[in-house]
Design a protein around this ligand. Sequence first.
Ligand SMILES: [Ca+2]
Length: 172
Amino acid sequence: MESAPGVLPEGTTLSVEPSPDGTTGFALVQAVMGMAKFEVYDINLMVGGVTIQPGKGKVITIKIPVPAGYTAQFCTIYRVETDGSLTKMQAIVEDGFFVFTTEHLSLYTFVQPPKGDINSDYYVNIEDILLVRDIIFGKPADDYVLWAAGAESKADVNIETILMVRDIIFGG
Ligand SMILES: [Ca+2]
C-alpha cells in the first residue's frame, strides 16, 4: 500500500484477507463470473483494529501479488460493490504485483477467463467456436486470443482449436 503523506492517519495498516469458497463475497463473484477462474480478497484499512475508508478524494495505491496459476496480463481486477455488481479497476501488472489505485476499500476480485474463451466473456460456448472459425478464415488474433486458443501463433489456430473449444464446452 502506498499513499501520499497526510492522506491516512498515523498507524494505518492494510489488511488483505482471502475470501474463500463458502463466503458471501466468494458467492457474489461466483454468481456473475461464469466459468472464469478468480480469487476474492477483502481489503481493508485498519487503525487500532477498526476499519476505516481513505475518505473522499483520498487515493491510495494497492499492490497484490499475482498468485500462482494466474497469467497476470489476462486478468481483470474488479471491486465487488455492496449490491453485488462489479466495477472494473484500471490495474497494471508490475514486478509480479497487480497495482491499482482506489478511494474505497472493500471486496476485490481478480478474474482470469477460462481457456477456450476467445471473446473474453468468461463463458466458453458456440460464440467462441465461431470466432475461432473467423480467425482460421483470416480475422486477426491478438495475444489474448492466442492464449485462450492455446496457440503459439495464428498459424496454430486451426480445426484442432475448434475441437479443443468443443471439448471444453462439453466438459473435456
Ligand atoms: Ca466466450
